[in-house]
Design a protein around this ligand. Structure first.
Ligand SMILES: CC(C)(COP(=O)(O)OP(=O)(O)OC[C@H]1O[C@@H](n2cnc3c(N)ncnc32)[C@H](O)[C@@H]1OP(=O)(O)O)[C@@H](O)C(=O)NCCC(=O)NCCS
Length: 145
């Protein structure tokens, strides 16, 4: 498996993967959003035999970094691909001088919460009815020391 930064020619594949990962109610990113994020934020992709099988997007705003999205194709799940994506991203963020990585996650997304906890994220706040369907969110933080 290779983890590398996304480039503009990955946008079509990222967009296709996004449709597979997130339904309309989960606001999948548009093609235009991916073009924007490849240029202005941090996207890492995981590749197996030349195929993009997962990605992670971190939004960078001045001194704050926020994990916006992470996903792996269903048949490749459970192989620590997300864990690796998070490790590589954290290394990069630390080298850029970031002190923490934040995220919001649906409280009903148990798999994602388990992934984040394993990576060292802690719940710092519960955000009531954060999502349009009324679902609460956890604000989680990974501190870099
Ligand atoms: C959440 C998701 C990204 C995890 O990706 P993954 O590559 O399969 O995860 P990993 O193999 O790296 O797992 C790392 C850790 O996460 C947790 N985890 C992953 N899958 C899990 C599952 N099905 N049940 C419980 N814990 C799980 C475990 O702690 C695991 O460590 P372990 O294998 O030592 O127990 C993947 O399930 C996915 O794409 N889901 C749909 C999109 C989504 O909900 N994204 C998050 C919100 S943006």
């Amino acid at each position: 498996m290779t983890i590398r930064k996304a480039i503009s020619s990955d946008v079509s594949l990222l967009y296709t993967l996004e449709q597979e990962l997130f339904t309309i109610d989960n606001y999948p990113l548009s093609r235009g959003s991916f073009i924007y994020h490849v240029r202005n934020n941090l996207i890492y992709v995981a590749e197996i035999e030349g195929k993009v099988v997962g990605y992670l997007l971190v939004l960078i705003k001045r001194t704050k970094a926020k994990l916006y999205s992470i996903g792996v194709k269903e048949i490749y799940r459970g192989r620590k691909i997300s864990q690796k994506l998070l490790e590589v991203t954290s290394k990069e963020l630390i080298s850029l001088g970031f002190k923490q990585l934040l995220l919001e996650v649906r409280t009903d997304n148990k798999v994602a919460i388990a992934l984040y906890k394993k990576a060292g994220f802690k719940v710092v706040k519960e955000l009531r009815a954060f999502y349009k369907d009324g679902c609460d969110a956890y604000l989680m933080e990974l501190e870099y020391k």
